[in-house]
Each structure stands twice: as structure tokens, then as C-alpha cells.
Design a protein around this ligand. Structure first.
Ligand code: FVT
Ligand code: MG
Length: 332
């Protein structure tokens, strides 16, 4: 399309008044675009603020149920649950991941009891909250994360979460072939309507630090995750990851972190036309809060500009620790 030249075309014309800007807005963000990640901790009546995520806390299961009700009231359609497994329950192989009475399963049931089907419950599949070494899978003597052995265990973890009532299984481990294995197991075990949101393009990123504090795996992690998470330099490879996960049965895919990878979101949306979600990760949250504290700009302005960028790039929704704050702003 070629615009007729000035003065026939004055793009400022439609920007002159608030009503006109509203009428011409191409991208609309609402509370229904948000998924709220929540950290679960042991005990009852417990709230533990996460130092590296100002404004975010871990909640015991009862508190998680209250946060989920708050989400429903705010119009947020889905919560994502992450357990902070106590040190004594972590192990080399992460067996606590398939304990039907683990923190994750108890939180799933508490949310369901509190909210019925008024909210979606998304659960993360990967071993890092359960292993004593902080890696997402089973490791060999050199510390290399074993693919096929890990996939076999992730299947058990996913079925355990589905049996507890999870609506969306979100494998975040980046093993090859895990979406297919989990899909087959869900079908066989009587969970044909449990969705899979694949963390398809998950990068080995410096923006995950505060999350590792929040789930208690930061101090434990030896080495890095570069042998399974993606190289930030790669875009074509992300499209291959996404194509495979769709072929293996993913209902939706995720790009993570968010803002530094908008090009990947855009390309994937253009190429595949599937539902894509961005994870605005813990370091992104912390940087916004640090910017607000340093007087860079108001929280509302910084947050809304970043969240609408995900929608503009093609996202169906965004996982963000700012979900309740953003929903309050969006609901006016
Ligand atoms: N599997 C979930 C994450 O790794 C979240 C990372 C973050 O928020 O930094
Ligand atoms: Mg993959």
C-alpha cells in the first residue's frame, strides 16, 4: 500500500483527540490476555515475599486459592503454578515431581475447590523445582542432562498434574520429543481435553535469576542450561522448535523470555498462525520495578507499553508477574 502524499495524507489527523486515538487503536489489551504465575510454598497462612521480585510473594496453598479467586474477580483467565519444594524433598532424580500429594497437586486441588471451572490452571513440567542440582532433567556423571531418560520422567510428572486437575500442561524443559510423549500419555490416561502449552522457544537467558530465587533452585544450580535451552542468537531454530511442537500435538506455544524475542513471536505468528504466548519473565518484572524505583517512568506507563507490544507482535496472551497490577489498570 502506498499512501497519497502530504497534504492529502496527514497521519496526525487521527491522533488529534483521545476519542479518535481510541477509535483507531489497532491492538487492544485486556485482563483476559493475562496469565498470572504464582509461587507455592509449604505450610498454612504463609506469605513469603520474594526479595528479588518486589511485590511478589510465595503463598501457602490456602493463599494460592485466594489469589486464584482474586484472578477470577479481575477477569484473569488462567493461573500458572510453581512450587518452592522444601530442600529435604529435593533429590538427584526429582522424585517429588510425581508425588500425588506434592505442593503442586495440593495447590491445583485448592484452586479447583475455590474457583471450579471459572479459571484455567496451567502447570509447569520440568524437574528443576524438585532436583537437588537445579537442572530441569536427569543428569549423567558429567552433569549432562539426558534427553530420553528425562522425557520418560516428565511424562509421569505431567500425568500426575493432570490427575490432580491441571487444565494446561506446560513443559518448560526443552527436551526433544517431550510434547509427543506427554500428549500420548494424556490420551492413554484419560485426559484427552487437557491442553499442552509448549515452552517451544525457551532461551538460555540471563533474565531468569529472580525466578530461581523464588522456587529455591538458584543457589543449587551448577553450571548453566545451554545444552538444552536455546542460544539467544538463533531465530530460525526457534521456528523449527515451534514447528516440531505443533506437529507433536501442542495446542499452543510459548516464546520465553518475552521482550528480547518479539521478532521470534512475530515470525512464528506469520508462519504458523497458532496461538502464541509470551512469558514476560522474572528479570523483566524486576527491571520494570527497578526502573520505577529509579524514576525512569511510572509503572503503569512502562508496563502497558511492554504488554501491548506482545499483543502487537502476535501474542494471544502473556504470562506476567504483573498480571494483577495490569488487570487493575486495564479494568479501570
Ligand atoms: N519455567 C518457568 C520459568 O523458568 C520462569 C522463568 C522466569 O520467570 O524468570
Ligand atoms: Mg523442542
Amino acid at each position: 500500500m502506498t499512501d497519497a502524499a502530504y497534504p492529502a495524507t496527514r497521519l496526525r489527523r487521527t491522533r488529534a483527540h483521545r476519542w479518535s486515538r481510541a477509535m483507531h487503536r489497532e491492538t487492544v489489551l485486556t485482563a483476559e490476555d493475562l496469565i498470572w504465575p504464582l509461587f507455592v510454598t509449604s505450610g498454612a497462612g504463609v506469605e513469603e515475599p520474594v526479595g528479588s521480585l518486589p511485590g511478589v510473594s510465595r503463598w501457602s496453598v490456602d493463599g494460592i486459592a485466594k489469589r486464584a479467586k482474586e484472578a477470577v474477580d479481575l477477569g484473569i483467565p488462567c493461573v500458572a503454578l510453581f512450587p518452592n519444594t522444601p530442600a529435604e524433598k529435593r533429590s538427584e532424580k526429582g522424585d517429588e515431581a510425581f508425588n500425588p500429594d506434592n505442593l503442586m497437586c495440593r495447590a491445583i486441588k485448592a484452586v479447583r475447590d475455590a474457583c471450579g471451572n471459572d479459571i484455567g490452571i496451567l502447570t509447569d513440567v520440568a524437574l528443576d523445582p524438585y532436583t537437588s542440582h537445579g537442572q530441569d532433567g536427569l543428569v549423567d556423571a558429567e552433569g549432562y542432562v539426558l534427553n530420553d531418560e528425562t522425557v520418560a520422567v516428565l511424562v509421569d510428572q505431567a500425568v500426575n498434574q493432570a490427575a490432580a486437575g491441571a487444565d494446561i500442561i506446560a513443559p518448560s524443559d526443552m527436551m526433544d520429543g517431550r510434547v509427543k510423549a506427554i500428549r500420548m500419555a494424556l490420551e492413554m490416561e484419560g485426559h484427552p481435553n487437557v491442553q499442552i502449552m509448549a515452552y517451544s522457544a525457551k532461551y538460555a537467558s540471563a533474565f531468569y535469576g529472580p525466578f530461581r530465587d523464588a522456587v529455591g533452585s538458584g543457589g543449587l544450580l551448577k553450571g548453566d542450561k545451554k545444552s538444552y535451552q536455546m542460544d539467544p542468537a538463533n531465530g530460525d531454530e526457534a521456528l523449527r522448535e515451534i514447528a516440531l511442537d505443533i506437529a507433536e500435538g501442542a495446542d499452543s506455544v510459548m516464546v520465553k523470555p518475552g521482550l528480547a524475542y518479539l521478532d521470534v513471536i512475530w515470525r512464528a505468528k506469520q508462519q504458523f498462525g497458532v496461538p502464541i504466548f509470551a512469558y514476560q519473565v522474572s528479570g523483566e518484572y524486576a527491571l520494570i520495578e527497578a526502573g520505577v524505583a529509579a524514576g525512569v517512568a511510572e509503572r503503569e506507563a512502562l508496563l502497558m507499553e511492554k504488554l501491548v507490544a506482545f499483543k502487537r507482535a502476535g501474542c494471544s496472551g502473556i504470562l506476567t508477574y504483573h498480571a494483577p497490577v495490569a488487570a487493575r489498570i486495564l479494568n479501570g
